[in-house]
Design a protein around this ligand. Structure first.
Ligand code: FMN
Length: 258
């Protein structure tokens, strides 16, 4: 079973690639499972692996993923192999340690935590932008052999060193990450411009079902994870986030909705 969360498609691509290679790997959309109130109780068959695939947010675990893992129960866990593949722009911080702590609290063991560098999607802070097209393509091309290495390591249950980490980890993951979770989850800064045509693509693609249309225009609720799916996937580039996103690049992995 592969539990995944993705705002802009990178982690979805990883989850689907892994699922295509590993037999018996059904996909579970973590955000949908949490917000839809579906049962978070799962049965694993003997020898079935339990995978988690999701993006790094502010050098940590997106809250929706944390909530899913905290609440989920696995009825017949018997030392099934657990693995995590994170996607990030360039630095996963101490997300691996946060995951280990979370797994320990559930009595689970995980020896495979990896990260794959993918195009960056964080554009709503001064100095941050999506990658230029050449870098975006380079990262996507290099992710293929990296992911192959990771999948081989998981298949043979032989952990490898494949985790992206840069400096100042304590500051990023222990100080900025909690502040990000506390103060940056509001959807209030999102708004639509006069380019909005009311197509509803933002509504359809919001992983937490946090957007609805009123008079053919998007209205954001209060269950935002800051994945920026709405902003990046709007075909009219009609969605902005305060002043921070104006003039910044948009990015989405996969075919765009028209
Ligand atoms: C809110 C937010 C925070 C992010 N924080 C980080 C980060 O701390 N380190 C990093 O390398 N990339 C960061 N990124 C980039 C994403 O982790 C990366 O682009 C990821 O592959 C996006 O996955 P997705 O397309 O499945 O949503 C962030 C992106 C968002 C939207």
């Amino acid at each position: 079973m592969i539990c995944y969360f993705s705002g802009t498609g990178n982690s979805r691509w990883v989850a689907k690639t892994v699922s295509a290679r590993f037999a018996d790997s059904r996909l579970v959309d973590m955000a949908d499972a949490v917000v839809s109130g579906n049962s978070l109780s799962f049965n694993l068959s003997e020898g079935e692996q339990l995978g988690f695939v999701f993006p790094v947010h502010s050098w940590g675990i997106p809250w929706i993923v944390r909530r899913f893992i905290k609440k989920m129960t696995v009825n017949n866990y018997y030392s099934n192999l657990i693995y995590c593949i994170l996607t990030c722009g360039d630095d996963s911080g101490l997300t691996n340690r946060m995951l280990q702590k979370l797994f320990r609290s559930k009595g689970w063991q995980c020896r495979h935590i990896y990260s794959v560098q993918m195009p960056n999607t964080y554009v709503v802070f001064p100095g941050f932008d999506a990658d230029p097209v050449e870098l975006e393509q380079k990262k996507k091309a290099e992710a293929v052999p990296t992911l192959n290495k990771i999948m081989a390591a998981i298949e043979s249950d032989s952990p490898i060193d494949c985790y992206l980490q840069k400096g100042q980890q304590f500051l990023k993951s222990r100080i900025i990450y909690p502040l990000f979770c506390k103060f940056k989850m509001s959807s209030k800064p999102f708004y639509y411009t006069n380019k909005c045509i009311g197509c509803g693509i933002c509504v359809k693609n919001c992983p937490t079902h946090n957007i609805r249309l009123e008079n053919d225009r998007p209205v954001w609720g209060d269950c935002c994870t800051q994945c920026l799916s709405c902003l990046h996937r709007c075909p009219q580039t009609a969605i902005e986030y305060g002043k921070q996103s104006i003039g910044k690049r948009r990015y989405y992995y996969g075919k765009r909705d028209k």
